[in-house]
Design a protein around this ligand. Sequence first.
Ligand code: PEP
Ligand code: MG
Length: 579
Amino acid sequence: MRSDEVSGLAAQGTLVERRLPGLGVSPGIAIGPAHLAEGGYIPVRERHLPEAEIERERGRFTDAVAVSLRQLNKLKVKTSGLPESAAEEVGYLLDAHLAMLSNSRLVRGVDHRIARSRINAERAVQLEIDEIAESFASMRDAYLAARIDDIRVVGTRLIRNLIKKPYATYSAMPEGAIILADELTPADTALMDPQRVAGFATVFAVPGLLERARADDTVVIDGAEGTVILDPRAETIAEYEARRDALERERRHLGRLRKLPAVTRDGIEITLEANLELPAELSRALANGAMGLGLVRSEFLYMNRDDLPGEDEQYAVFSALVRGMEGRPLTVRTLDLGGEKIARSLSDRVEESANPALGLRAIRLSLQHRRLLDPQLAAMLRAAGDGPLRILLPMISNAGEIRQVREALEQVARRLRRRGARLPKALPPLGAMIEVPGAALAADALAAEADFFAIGTNDLVQYTLAIDRSDEQVAHLYNPLHPAVLRLIQFAIEAALRRGMPISVCGEMAGEPRFAALLLGLGLRNLSMAPRNIPRVKQRIRSLDMVAATRRARAIMDQSDSGRIASLLDDFNAVALAH
Ligand code: PEP
Ligand code: MG
């Protein structure tokens, strides 16, 4: 018996408190009865079907898809009973799952496979999922990696419905249950009844969890630390209840911030906008007080399908976002795929590159394939007729690229006008991402062609320091406070400000409160970030004095050592927070 178990035994008679360390990714504390989740994998056998049975099998699969869609829609209705942030998270997953079952490559692929290979539907689902997962796995992209889990969970749902194996485990959960699983992915949560779950941890890596827990044990989960405590002592429960209440107070405080302006103590207003990867995130952006959408990534339109999205489909999506923003501005970015981020729908148009990060990607790909660029521009132009929309170009490395897109935009606009489309009088502003070091260094030349800049610090850091952030061996060298990165950012800001041109930051740096004083001190007045980061960045801005931040930014820019830069910034933040 380990020492922590002995002390628990001494304190509480027969019940032994057991602490299991793990990796937590989602802050929050939950206390409740344990529910042990069974693994998602269901073994299925392959059966070969005679020709005469193929049609019936396809019908069986169509029915399973319909049942799955009904189940997901039902779960969606139930999410309204969840706390707001959980409702959004689960709602967003359910939308993703619904999309995967609606005329997707998955559904079409399974249907073809049943007919082509003459096999049973459940085996066809499994093979199709494996193939999709394999093609995703070869793309080294965290966003797509997360989608693999979703696709597998959708596959499990289909198989369960085919073999009529219900979700007994989740439906039998006690109220306020805490789900324990060796690996609980965000996608798993979409299988659960949201009204019964007290709180769900996203991904917990707690080795040996299932072997050590029993159903209905009382469990405490600390989502920030990643600790799971089984059979906690009374004082442990009291301690965690107090922490849970403190977190809840903080959450309410951040919620109240939503209605307050992002203004510094000396009265300078900052525009905080949201980055969207999926339209479903819009409600969260608005709920968190986004004043606009500073970056709408359009890659989702190309994912999980074999064909390319047409102009009308894209227009419908952009226009819905414009209308959803009710007059607040949006910045929609043209396709940022290519290199390692290749969607299946593009794979036959782009050759493999020996060095994908430096290859045919983003605006380079769009300019080489006008069948990609023109429908996007047309859809954006039409959506700009419905409200304030700006067009942003990814991975710009020279002014000629902006000129070429502007010519294409004018051409597409003429074509649309001939067709009688309703367009804004003036063409929408055309902006350049500053995310290639050369673009930052040539910012004055780019500023002559572009209407606005958006600094993409994710790629700017990666390309400036030659660090692939997804490569763990060098991830520790990824440093936004490297003087080279800061000088490039400063250079771009100065080029824009000289012309009175709007400039924002939309890389991750904008979403970290730690960097707010530095970015504002360098002259930025617009930051765009993941919706969840808005309240905390706003809170930080409201504690800052712009005159002091500007002075500190100047002192920082005199430094050449990133350690010294970090301590100048952190000391400044500590003083600002103490006020
Ligand atoms: C960036 O590079 O900082 C950026 C915002 O673009 P993405 O993260 O989509 O590459
Ligand atoms: Mg980028």
